[in-house]
Design a protein around this ligand. Structure first.
Ligand SMILES: [Zn+2]
Length: 94
């Protein structure tokens, strides 16, 4: 014997769950795409080594620690040194 309350709840919950799964798939796609674009701008043009966390000089230049190739933030298509994320602190706090 089927209760109409169960049928009603199922007909409401199933599309909701499918919609939430679809939303998560779309958000995951755009998150992956955004991370890929960001990481492609933070690699050395010469050897593709990740330059995240490298020290940037006042002129916006930096040197790849892997191959030694000099590059600039402008060449990488970045707006400023913060786009390479700040270096990890060397001094302990406290
Ligand atoms: Zn390099």
């Amino acid at each position: 014997m089927t209760s109409w309350a169960v049928v009603g709840a199922t007909s409401f919950v199933t599309p909701l769950i499918l919609a939430l799964i679809a939303r998560d798939l779309v958000l995951g796609f755009f998150l992956k795409r955004g991370m890929h674009v960001f990481l492609s701008h933070t690699t050395c043009p010469g050897c593709k080594y990740q330059l995240i966390g490298q020290t940037v000089d006042e002129a916006g230049g930096l040197r790849c620690p892997e191959c030694g190739r000099p590059t600039t933030l402008t060449e990488l298509g970045l707006d400023g040194p913060d786009d390479l994320l700040p270096e990890a602190p060397t001094d302990s706090v406290g």
